[in-house]
Design a protein around this ligand. Structure first.
Ligand code: A3P
Length: 289
């Protein structure tokens, strides 16, 4: 792995980030979903797509019933649909996503005034999720849990350290709360309807009284729930070919979708250790996980 501007990457990912930095041209009307790995990007993509396009589709024929959430919103640094020029062909307002830290996105991302929705997650759960995912994707390069944990705790993981990633977006959300919305996976799991309403408001498309009376926020939450999305045939079979010809089964984006699963995999002591590291790194920022 290579340390590039405070974050660790495998070379193939660096290449795509450098390409994105040179070619991505943010537009003021863009909305970008950003998240550190395994913090719920798939879920946020689905919610975001459903909220934004809610007037276009009814729930019985919704595109999310037939298309994987990863397909409805391209990654800036790795659009599934093709090369990076694909993004330029999309009409405004574009819905995009990224795993890049704020400091790695082109400077014009902030100055363009585009909206950013960020999702963070308890690093212990993000770690366990990442460990499972990594070992599925990198067949032949199995990494044992303890080694992976020690690496992660030192910030030595794809796009790591997660705390630096979280902090950059957190600070921006404080400085420009009208343009950057900072969400936590755990809060969303606890009160999904409240957060979907908040998301719509932030996006400048609040639910009308009629929509609320008709239960549209509830229906959106149900459509995008872990249970619903993970049970759809479209999301259970098939695969994507991502960067550097990495093959990812569509089903791998859905594992358990719960808060606190870390306790089933790492010891309390390991959990406390990671908590202490993260607390120390976030000290004084106002961000509490
Ligand atoms: P777990 O591995 O803990 O289950 P990402 O989309 O950023 O790769 O994150 C993947 C994590 O989000 C996985 O966590 C996955 O199960 C969970 N996830 C996927 N879809 C979800 C949904 N609709 N609701 C809640 N969690 C979801």
């Amino acid at each position: 792995m290579i340390l590039y501007k405070n974050y660790w990457f495998r070379p193939s990912i660096i290449e795509s980030i450098l390409r994105a930095q040179n070619s991505f041209k943010p537009r003021p009307e863009d909305t970008i979903i950003a998240a550190y790995l395994k913090c719920g990007t798939t879920w946020l993509k689905a919610l975001f797509f459903a909220v934004t396009n809610r007037s276009q589709y009814d729930f019985d024929h919704h595109p999310l019933l037939f298309r994987h959430p990863q397909e409805v919103l391209p990654f800036i640094e790795a659009p599934i649909q093709g090369n990076l020029t694909y993004l330029e062909t999309l009409p405004s307002p574009r819905l995009l996503s990224t795993h890049m830290s704020l400091s790695l996105l082109p400077k014009s991302t902030v100055s363009s005034g585009c909206r950013i929705v960020y999702m963070c997650r308890d690093p212990k759960d993000a770690f366990v999720s990442w460990w499972y995912f990594y070992n599925k994707v990198h067949i032949g390069y199995h990494i044992d849990l303890e080694t992976a944990f020690n690496m992660f705790s030192e910030g030595f993981s794809d796009h790591g350290p997660c705390w630096g990633h979280y902090l950059e977006y957190w600070r921006e959300s404080i400085a420009r709360s009208d343009k950057v919305l900072f969400l936590k996976y755990e809060d969303m799991i606890l009160e999904p309807i409240k957060h979907v309403i908040r998301l719509a408001l932030f996006l400048g498309a609040p639910f009308s009284i009629r929509e609320e009376e008709d239960g549209v926020p509830e229906q959106l939450v149900r459509l995008c729930s872990f249970e619903k999305l993970s049970s759809l045939p479209e999301n259970q079979t098939g695969r994507f070919t991502m960067l550097a010809n990495t093959v990812i089964e569509k089903s791998w984006y859905f594992r358990k979708g719960m808060v606190g699963d870390w306790a089933n995999h790492i010891s309390m002591e390991m959990g406390r250790k990671l908590d202490c590291i993260v607390e120390e790194k976030l000290k004084g920022s106002g961000l509490v996980l």
